[in-house]
Design a protein around this ligand. Structure first.
Ligand SMILES: [Zn+2]
Length: 200
């Protein structure tokens, strides 16, 4: 079940993104790089999970940034910073599982969001979503990308009504845990797992 993956406590060394659910407060206290909402601990920064068993503390360590130049075929992860009817703009935080700085920007045309025909962007992706994408043209500025591929698409999304994290309940169907609002996204198989790493 997707829910089990989504709800499980993260392990030491796992790469997580801001907003990834890490653990419950019954199990751990939130350390550096985390924040707590209700009884849940979330990552406040992108980085690797660190667990101190003796202190029951879970933290996220920001990784040192590296200079990486995205190339065609590279897999990137980033947040959707702009969405119009026909394209989205993604601010890239990871290239091939490595955190990068400064951020590159990628645009993805509506025709590259899904194998199925879409009239508008919002049938697949919304502002604020975290996506895993592929670089299809690295010679242009901004880069051109695609979400078409089995491990590509939205990996984390928040409710457009209340801002809570959305749970995946069907292939491209999401539901808000807090307000029960339904939304549609083009999600990856591992949506909500908090796993950023791309397996080849
Ligand atoms: Zn909601």
């Amino acid at each position: 079940m997707t829910l089990d993956i989504y709800d499980r406590t993260k392990e030491t060394g796992e790469l997580v993104f801001p907003g990834t659910r890490l653990a419950v407060t019954e199990e751990f206290i939130g350390g550096q790089g985390t924040y707590t909402e209700g009884n849940l601990i979330y990552a406040a920064v992108a980085g690797k999970v660190s667990i101190n068993i003796e202190r029951h503390e879970i933290s996220v360590m920001s990784k040192p940034t590296t200079a990486v130049i995205p190339r065609n075929g590279d897999i990137v992860i980033g947040g959707v910073v702009n969405a119009s009817r026909q394209m989205i703009t993604v601010s890239i935080n990871y290239v091939n599982n490595r955190e990068i700085y400064p951020n590159y920007t990628m645009v993805i045309h509506v025709s590259q969001l899904s194998k199925e025909y879409l009239d508008t962007v919002d049938e697949a992706v919304c502002l604020g979503d975290i996506v895993r994408a592929k670089v299809i043209d690295s010679k242009t500025i901004p880069l051109q990308g695609s979400l078409i591929g089995s491990q590509l698409g939205v990996i984390l999304a928040k409710c457009s009504r209340c801002g809570s994290q959305l749970d995946k309940i069907g292939r491209n169907k999401l539901k808000c845990k807090e307000c029960s609002y339904f939304e549609k996204r083009s999600t990856t198989i591992d949506y909500g797992s908090g796993k950023l790493a791309f397996k080849t």
